[in-house]
Design a binder for this molecule. Structure first.
Ligand code: C2E
Ligand code: MG
Ligand code: MG
Ligand code: MG
Length: 289
């Protein structure tokens, strides 16, 4: 009986793997047509200054409206796009779209775009960025590239060269998801980041008494301050977390508490409404609970 059971389980797993491989293949095929069929759009999430509580920029986040499956998360399809190389074309599309849409915003509002390590490893990236800036007409320092530690995993020599090229263009650089993955402090020395984005896993629970995350956030902020870098706390969801993050000295906050990622048209409305409330400078943001 044990033997039979064993075979049964074996067959079950084989079946699962097969289904997994099939749906993965399907996702790849669908992804190949998504750009041409206009199934992507970019959503924008506000980034707020801790000090002034005003919107200083937005992070561009890709959205895929699949014709039959509906919305598919970038956490599901970006890795597939990376494996297949499709991320090159998709990433370029995001860059161009985000710069074009940011061109309709007030000139002091920045846009942050996620750049995959695959794009970062391609020597044509600076040309792609130059062209996106030129076509949109936005100033280079309004564009912030969000890069993860993944870019350091390949050879360091070429990544150092890429960092120099990008800084030469005048764009800003942010280290995304800091504290997850490899988090070698050496990375901070190697690359001229303007900002560290503290991963949302550290923000989660940080406001609860006795939680050690707040000590970790404090340490990251101290490090960033010393290196002259800004800090954004990601995934801030509630008012208590705003208060704590401010106390810990982060310069910026991004999270549902200030707004979920929204379509470009909604951003224009947000900024217009905020402008109506603005005093000397900046765009006040309304706060959800
Ligand atoms: P990320 O760059 O770290 O983006 C932040 C993610 O956290 C976004 O998820 C955002 O919607 C989510 N988020 C923001 N505030 C909160 C909050 O208060 N609570 C919670 N629970 N989540 C919050 P999203 O849009 O699903 O994107 C996931 C990841 O996919 C991104 O993480 C990024 O790594 C990748 N991604 C998204 N768009 C692009 C893109 O255009 N290119 C590339 N290469 N990667 C992208
Ligand atoms: Mg990001
Ligand atoms: Mg992040
Ligand atoms: Mg992330």
């Amino acid at each position: 009986a044990a033997k039979a059971d064993g075979r049964g389980i074996h067959r079950f797993f084989r079946q699962e793997l097969l289904i997994g491989a099939q749906s993965r293949k399907q996702l790849e095929d669908d992804l190949r047509h998504a750009l041409a069929q206009d199934q992507f759009h970019v959503a924008y999430q506000p980034v707020v200054s801790t000090r002034t509580e005003r919107i200083v920029g937005y992070e561009a986040l890709i959205r895929w409206d699949h014709p039959t499956r509906g919305a598919i998360s970038p956490t599901e399809f970006v890795p597939v796009a990376e494996d297949t190389g499709l991320i090159e074309a998709i990433g370029e599309w995001v860059l161009r779209t985000a710069c074009m849409e940011a061109a309709t915003w007030p000139k002091d509002i920045r846009v942050a775009v996620n750049v995959s390590p695959i794009q970062f490893a391609n020597p044509s990236l600076p040309t792609v960025i130059t062209s996106a800036l030129a076509k949109s007409g936005i100033a280079p320092d309004r564009l912030e590239l969000e890069i993860t530690e993944g870019v350091f995993l390949d050879e360091t020599a070429s990544s150092e060269h890429m960092f120099k090229m990008l800084k030469g263009l005048g764009v800003r650089l942010a280290l995304d998801d800091f504290g997850t993955g490899y988090s070698s402090l050496g990375y901070l020395k190697k690359a001229p980041f303007d900002k560290i984005k503290i991963d949302q896993s550290f923000v989660k629970g940080a406001a609860i008494a006795g939680n050690r995350n707040s000590a970790i956030i404090k340490a990251i902020v101290t490090l960033a301050d010393t290196l002259g870098m800004e800090t954004t706390a990601e995934g801030v969801e509630v008012q208590d977390e705003i208060l704590l993050i401010r106390e810990l000295g982060c310069s910026h906050i991004q999270g549902y508490v200030y707004g979920k990622p929204a379509r470009a048209a909604e951003v224009v409305r947000q900024l217009a409404a905020a402008d109506g409330m603005a005093t000397a400078s900046g765009y006040r943001v309304s706060r959800s609970p």
